[in-house]
Design a protein around this ligand. Structure first.
Ligand SMILES: Cc1cc2nc3c(=O)[nH]c(=O)nc-3n(C[C@H](O)[C@H](O)[C@H](O)COP(=O)(O)OP(=O)(O)OC[C@H]3O[C@@H](n4cnc5c(N)ncnc54)[C@H](O)[C@@H]3O)c2cc1C
Length: 302
């Protein structure tokens, strides 16, 4: 269960209280505050706090005393300019604090993003819940034959059933032994910090994760990408929906220049120029490797 009835009651209570403030408020983000957005089978992501809005980015860029805002169009144009020219520090003026519940193997990928502040649930101090990520049948994929870091066809029939059975049985058995080892009934009981090493990587953990908008965009650029593993991509997708409501102009620029855009090498730019001039360019005449050419044609042909 992503959120228990008791946790939901706490969230509802927090959402029921309002306080006047002089700080910048993003109406779009207010509707997400504290609410848990379900991800995977037991996970969630929810906004605990945020600082700044689209205007805060413009204020910082203009180093202004007051609102620092011209018109909405002016602000949007400025934000697009900043994004286009990698003038990134104004985006660092906005921050977000998230509470994320995620499987440990997803957390291992996530924690590689070092430019954030993290506080994780302590499995030395507390007992982890019996909650494991078990993929849906349609997400049980075979190893990709063209990409060592990817997935291919969905598993079917007896093989799919067997894999699901192994995942559930092994996790359940490991947790039974974890509980047994830490129990102090009739024995000393193994320390939690040691017993946890028996738990599989699909068990859920939780953390608070605080990051500024510039580094969040970097995270989303990599993890909302189609090449990212599905299990982290769904978290990035959920965060994208929140960021879209929080800072619509900044997210629009990010979506256009980063998510929708492409980085081209000097050779690729040269090829485009030759193509526009009417020349038939092939991989052999492009000066690119086969892999580069395949990716380049993916950009050119869509
Ligand atoms: C599709 C995909 C596959 C991957 N495969 C692997 C893999 O097989 N093995 C593996 O180990 N990792 C893998 N990674 C992780 C990847 O190498 C990065 O560690 C991860 O994406 C975090 O990126 P980052 O370092 O740019 O982010 P952050 O840690 O948030 O850093 C942001 C930026 O800050 C700067 N920075 C931060 N810390 C330092 C520092 N100490 N020194 C210099 N500059 C710094 C860099 O400019 C960096 O880009 C993969 C990532 C993706 C998206």
């Amino acid at each position: 269960m992503p959120v228990t009835p008791e946790q939901q009651a706490e969230i509802d209570e927090l959402r029921g209280q309002t306080k006047p403030t002089l700080r910048a408020v993003s109406e779009g983000m207010e509707k997400h505050l504290y609410k848990a957005h379900d991800v995977l089978d037991h996970g969630f992501v929810r906004v605990i706090d945020y600082m700044g809005d689209d205007q805060a980015i413009c204020q910082a860029a203009r180093v202004s005393y007051g609102k620092g805002t011209k018109s909405v169009q002016n602000d949007e144009g400025l934000i697009r300019y900043l994004m286009r020219h990698w003038h990134s520090t104004p985006f660092e003026m906005c921050e977000i604090k998230l509470h994320v519940k995620l499987p440990v193997f997803v957390a291992r990928q996530w924690i590689r993003h070092r430019t954030a502040n993290v506080n994780e649930y302590s499995a030395r101090y507390s007992i982890l819940d019996r909650e494991f990520y078990i993929p849906r049948a349609e997400d049980l994929a075979a190893q990709s034959v063209i990409n060592n870091q990817g997935r291919g066809e969905t598993l079917t029939g007896e093989e799919a059933e067997r894999v699901l059975r192994y995942l559930k049985d092994d996790a359940g058995r490991a947790y039974d032994h974890y509980e047994e080892m830490i129990s102090d009934e009739g024995q000393q009981g193994l320390a939690r910090e040691l017993a946890r090493m028996n738990l599989p990587a699909n068990i859920y953990t939780q953390w608070y994760w605080k990051v500024d908008l510039h580094n969040l965009f970097h995270f989303l650029r990599l993890r909302a990408d189609s090449h990212a593993q599905y299990e982290i991509r769904v978290y990035a997708d959920a965060i994208c929906e929140m960021v879209k409501d929080w800072v619509p102009a900044a997210y629009g620029a990010f979506e256009d220049y980063r998510l929708g855009g492409a980085t081209l090498s000097g050779k690729a730019v040269e090829c485009i120029r030759r193509m526009v001039a009417g020349e038939k360019v092939t991989q052999e005449t492009s000066g690119m490797s086969k892999g580069e050419w395949r990716e380049f044609m993916g950009v050119v042909e869509g």
